[in-house]
Design a protein around this ligand. Structure first.
Ligand SMILES: O=C(O)Cc1cc(O)ccc1O
Ligand SMILES: [Fe+2]
Length: 436
């Protein structure tokens, strides 16, 4: 059956124990056990583990898939020829870095999602299972008879332009700009697009995304669990000569082929699965008195490290909201941070930058590198009348914030760079006058 992305249903909740069978085979899931001697309808049982078997119960993640063939039927993997893209720069730079919008493929070339994942920066260690990578993708064609899976980490995908129709082993998701999706480590997926598409990817290794604890905020607010949506089971029984399976493994890409679609999971149950989230559903919490809350108040998802409160990566958004703070410099403050801050822009413009930071572009403020509002923004916000005001209307920017040092790839260090970025702060005036 051809995938129909027109009218999809989802299961609601974050981290739930879901169970789903394709409606064509409602009794696909074995009852009361995972591995019966014979599974219903001649299906194969296969477990996909997202955490160590022995991880504490509240973090333990795994799913059981009931599929037409087990995933193991494929030819040996061979390396793909694009390893240079992933080579990291050996000379770090502490400079503020800004990228112009990453180019879309030209009309004369056919690029699918997997062809054009461009790594901008990475940190930590893929071998030590603790780290992250930041990529941008741009494509104009659908993946045909190819699927990707990542052995290194989880992908959080942020479309900036173009709808993504995502086929996964767990079912189908339609993800449009202002929505995001997460494809955890190991899950096979492919992406259809209809036109020029671009976006950002945050990859985290050795951890998984959680919704942050709310502390004194209480039981409700920020990203509410019910707004996360997981696919329902969907399968295709397709035999083809060459179905390519692309695998990112220890920072390198490999390819194998098999003679059938991997999207042959008829039913599944478990708590390790892909999901999507609509950023417009984020309940923004912020000051109603004075001063500027740290941007952690806008955390949608956090991928924790082993150090309490310190993330391998946080996914933070800056949504439209009211600004009401009294006697306050309202935009982001000047600061130096013990974390790395990569920012991207989905739509509109960012409150701390009047110009230069454009949708589809990015910026990186590294550990302890000073940054903050540009000169124009500072003067305006220091002098404007402080009425209740809509902030960031019609815009959406985001930050991938990491406790790790990030290294910019050779390619991203040379391509697409806004060489004048540092100049944004140079007109900042000295206002100080010694009291007489
Ligand atoms: O640097 C940035 O623009 C991100 C940011 C936003 C904010 O409101 C406070 C601190 C911060 O790092
Ligand atoms: Fe910052």
């Amino acid at each position: 059956m051809a995938a129909d992305f027109g009218n999809l249903r989802y299961q609601s909740g974050f981290g739930n124990e879901f169970a789903s069978a394709d409606p064509r085979v409602p009794d696909a899931l074995p009852e009361g056990q995972n591995s019966p001697q014979k599974c219903p309808h001649g299906l194969y049982a296969e477990q996909l583990s997202g955490t160590a078997f022995t991880a504490p119960r509240h973090t333990n993640q795994r799913s059981w898939l009931y599929r037409i063939r087990p995933s193991v039927i494929h030819t040996p993997f061979t390396p793909l020829n694009n390893q240079d893209v992933f080579a990291i720069d050996t000379t770090p730079t502490p400079n503020q870095t800004r990228w112009n919008p990453f180019p879309l493929p030209s009309k004369h070339e056919r690029k699918d999602f997997a062809d054009n994942i461009y790594t901008v920066a990475k940190g930590g260690s893929v071998g030590a299972r603790s780290g992250l990578e930041i990529h941008v993708y741009s494509c104009n064609a659908s993946m045909e008879n190819r699927a990707v899976y990542n052995s290194d980490g989880d992908y959080l995908i942020v479309p900036q332009q173009g709808v993504l129709e995502v086929k996964t082993e767990f079912g189908l998701m339609r993800v449009e700009p202002l929505e995001i999706c997460v494809i955890p480590q190991g899950i096979r997926f492919s992406v259809n697009v209809s036109g020029e598409s671009r976006g950002y990817i945050l990859e985290v290794y050795g951890t998984h995304f959680q919704i942050p604890d709310l502390g004194p905020i209480g039981a409700n607010g920020l990203a509410n669990p019910r707004d996360f949506q997981t696919p329902v089971a969907w399968f295709e029984d397709v035999d083809v000569e060459n179905f390519e399976i692309l695998n990112k493994y220890q920072g390198h890409w490999f390819k194998s082929v098999q003679d059938h679609s991997p999207f042959d999971v008829v039913g599944w149950h478990g708590n390790y699965c892909p999901y999507k989230y609509d950023l417009r559903k984020f309940m923004v919490i912020n000051t109603v008195s004075f001063d500027h809350c740290d941007p952690s108040i806008f955390t949608v998802l956090t991928a924790p490290s082993l150090k309490p409160g310190t993330a391998i990566a946080d996914f933070v958004i800056f949504p439209p909201r009211w600004g009401v703070a009294t006697n306050t410099f309202r935009p982001p403050y000047f600061h130096r941070n013990c974390m790395s801050e990569y920012m991207g822009l989905i739509a509109g413009c960012y409150e701390a930058k009047e110009t230069g930071f454009r949708p589809g572009g990015g910026s990186l403020h590294s550990i302890m590198t000073p940054h903050g509002p540009d000169a124009l923004c500072f003067e305006k916000a220091s002098n404007e009348e402080l009425k209740p005001q809509r902030v960031a209307e019609g815009t959406m920017s985001f930050m991938f914030e990491s406790s790790l040092h990030l290294f910019i790839t050779n390619r991203a260090k040379n391509e697409n760079i806004d060489v004048d970025y540092w100049k944004d702060w140079q007109p900042i005036k000295k206002h100080f006058k010694l009291p007489k």
